[in-house]
Write a protein that binds this ligand. Structure first.
Ligand code: KIV
Length: 300
């Protein structure tokens, strides 16, 4: 048995991130980094780069599966990706996003689905969208020993109710509701709180008010941490990025260039070269040459 050290110095090298160490990071004002990942290779790279939290977001509906929005993705599809990411993540805290329909209908189903992410997928935290009206459900899931991440503001699973992907919390009434949502989820005991698509000023107020770490996406720089969708970070989304997205690389250009170069080499017979080919052992080659020469001499 091993006991994972938590708290203390924040040298991230090889340190396992836990829900407790996240709180320490908030307390010590050490910014928390989070990225989405949906497959083994990306998960390994993100984890080995020292990112604190890896989120298998339901955004994979769009980034990986090409759906119009996040509403269609199923529990089984999510689990398939969570399992792959689990195999690639060692130190980061692994969060699985509960897809639309997996927790809104029946609290019993919600508990069973949350447990599937832990039991079958190896997730350490589950995330679900919604404010104070989810507080009771969140308490029940936590009671079942499953840490929960909250998600308020622009909640993509409410796209049809919101009438599009719109920044939330822009008037006094909406700000008050967001504050109530944040406090209710904090009291329910969420491990962290994702704040999406809200004015910087509102995110700052929420971050100061709650004891749980806030993780912003389109919520300004004053949250306890920041999350981006991996495909936004490296330009793999095929659409104009939102205002808050900063592109740190251009995977689309890199992949296109590599694929075009491969195609050109195949067409011009530059690939594979002799050095990239397997060869017979010398003796076998000599024996084969003898057989071929004999056949030729016999006129066959
Ligand atoms: O699904 C997702 O990627 C998310 C993040 C945007 C927070 O929920």
């Amino acid at each position: 048995m091993s006991i994972t050290p938590i708290g203390g110095a924040f040298d991230r090298s090889g340190r396992k991130i836990t829900t407790a160490s996240l709180r320490d990071q908030k307390l010590h004002r050490e910014p928390i980094s989070c990225l989405t990942a949906y497959d083994y290779a990306t998960a390994r790279l993100v984890d080995e780069a020292g990112i604190d939290m890896v989120l298998v977001g339901d955004s994979l509906a769009q980034t990986m599966l090409g759906y119009e929005n996040t509403l269609s993705v199923t529990m089984d599809e999510m689990l398939h990706h969570v399992k792959a990411v689990r195999r690639g993540v060692k130190n980061a805290l692994l969060i699985a996003d509960m897809p639309y329909g997996s927790y809104q209908v029946d609290p019993k189903d919600a508990l069973l689905n949350a447990a599937r992410f832990v039991k079958e997928g190896g997730a350490e935290v589950v995330k679900l969208e919604g404010g104070e009206r989810r507080a009771d459900l969140i308490r029940r899931i936590i009671d079942a020993e499953i840490p929960v991440a909250g998600h308020i503001g622009l909640t993509p699973q409410s796209v049809n109710v919101m009438g599009g992907y719109k920044v939330q919390g822009k008037n006094l009434g909406a700000i008050e509701q967001l504050m109530r949502d944040a406090v209710a989820l904090d009291r329910a005991g969420v491990a962290c709180l994702f704040l999406e698509g809200i004015p910087r000023e509102v995110a700052t107020m929420i971050t100061a008010e709650v004891s749980t770490p806030t993780i912003g996406i389109g919520a300004g720089p004053d949250c306890d941490g920041q999350v981006l969708v991996f495909h936004d970070l490296i330009n793999l989304t095929f659409h104009t990025p939102a205002k808050f997205v900063r592109r740190y690389g251009d995977a689309a250009a890199l992949i296109t260039q590599a694929v075009q170069a491969f195609r050109a080499d195949v067409r011009s017979q530059q690939y594979p070269s002799d050095e990239e080919s397997y060869h017979l052992p010398k003796e076998t080659r000599a024996a084969m040459d003898t057989v071929l020469a004999r056949k030729r001499a016999m006129g066959r």
